[in-house]
Design a protein around this ligand. Structure first.
Ligand SMILES: Nc1ncnc2c1ncn2[C@@H]1O[C@H](COP(=O)(O)OP(=O)(O)OP(=O)(O)O)[C@@H](O)[C@H]1O
Ligand SMILES: Cc1ncc(C[n+]2csc(CCOP(=O)(O)O)c2C)c(N)n1
Ligand SMILES: [Mg+2]
Ligand SMILES: [Mg+2]
Ligand SMILES: [Mg+2]
Length: 324
């Protein structure tokens, strides 16, 4: 077994992909240098064993993948390019070994290599009972091009960059069946275990320079739609029948819960004028990236409405996972 310092050396990268790393792992803090013309974007999200995953719902590589992915997703929601990450890991004194924590890092490194992102630091501590993994990410976006939640206006199209409800449907099965449900070919299990952050969408939105509101879907479109509505001083209306793949959920009693409040989907929900939406759809189509119109932004004050095929609207109550 390696001691704490040998272990840190073992997870450190041998070289960095970005020349902006002035000082990486091995000193009191990291030093990075940003280029002219860009703003730095920072986010941190934490995954806690027993709350965000268990050893039955997630392979350890997936825990690493998802801990980084949920953070990259916040960068995507700001239109940023992912560059660097830092990892704080609190490992229980019993029940976890170094081979297992190594697999969490393998999952993070595999995802990081795709962008690429460099691991430039972190922290290692022990604790009782459950593992806690906190990832801080650093990205950059062209000056003043960041995407914000508060940019929606009445008359806008409400859109989604991918399906929702898949992760919640996968989790439902994982909580009942545990490892027996792990299946690389099952889209719902994969959506829960290996969410794909929508970085490319965020970049297309930011590069367009158009007025676009965006938020990533960690807590369900009911919640994220409300955040856009509140920040923009509007209402939003979700058309139930327009939700991507809604027909696959017809037979399930939990369909509203999964699609509207399930969360952990990590696609983007956003708003843009009808003209901008049509142009984005055209540009994204060339890259085989779908963009779904799921509703409208209306004059109002932070409400979320759900509209059925017959046009009937009902106010959507708050839902989704809350920690307090
Ligand atoms: N404990 C905290 N201290 C300081 N700021 C916080 C804290 N928790 C959240 N924030 C800030 O509040 C804002 C919203 O955070 P929140 O975590 O809800 O967003 P998110 O990461 O998009 O959602 P999720 O955590 O569900 O993925 C962000 O600006 C975030 O930095
Ligand atoms: C074992 C297990 N039980 C329940 C869930 C569901 N869950 C946990 S946190 C969260 C919202 C996003 O978290 P945050 O607000 O911290 O971003 C959701 C939907 C899970 N993933 N694993
Ligand atoms: Mg957060
Ligand atoms: Mg977010
Ligand atoms: Mg987040």
């Amino acid at each position: 077994m390696k001691n704490e310092f040998e272990w840190i050396r073992s997870i450190a990268q041998e070289e960095y992909s970005h020349s902006g790393v002035v000082t990486g792992i091995g000193d009191d803090a990291a030093v990075i240098r940003e280029e002219e013309g860009f703003d730095t974007v920072l986010a941190v999200d934490t995954m806690v064993e027993g709350i965000h995953f268990t050893k039955e719902t997630m392979p350890l590589e997936a825990v690493g993948h998802k801990a980084l992915a949920v953070n990259v997703s916040d960068l995507a929601a700001m239109g940023a390019v992912p560059l660097y990450y830092m990892v704080s890991i609190a490992v229980p004194k019993t029940g976890w070994d170094q081979e297992e924590t190594g697999r969490i890092y393998d999952g993070m490194k595999k995802l990081a290599a795709r962008y690429p992102m460099d691991l430039i630091g972190g922290d290692t501590v022990s604790k009782k009972e459950t593992l806690v993994l906190s990832v801080t990410v650093v990205g950059r976006v062209e000056k003043n091009r960041q995407l914000l939640r508060g940019r929606a206006e009445a008359g806008d199209v409400l859109f989604l960059t991918g399906p929702v409800g898949f992760s919640a449907r996968g989790l439902d099965r994982l909580l009942r069946e545990g490892r027996a449900a792990w299946d690389e070919k099952d889209a719902y299990i994969q959506a829960h275990q290996y969410p794909e952050p929508h970085v490319r969408y965020g970049r297309v939105f930011a590069e367009s320079g158009a007025r676009i509101a965006a938020n990533d879907v960690s807590d369900g479109i009911g919640h994220e739609g409300r955040e856009i509505a509140e920040a923009s001083g509007t209402d939003v209306t979700i058309d139930w029948e327009a939700l991507p793949f809604v027909e696959r959920f017809k037979e399930f009693e939990e369909r509203e819960e999964w699609l509207l409040h399930g969360g952990e989907d990590f696609c983007l929900i956003g708003a843009a004028s009808p003209d901008v939406f049509a142009e984005l759809q055209r540009v994204l189509k060339k890259e085989n990236l779908p963009l779904y119109k799921i509703g409208t932004v209306d004059a109002g004050s932070g409400n979320v409405w759900l509209r059925r095929a017959d046009g009937e609207r009902k106010l959507l109550q708050s839902g989704g996972y809350t920690h307090f």
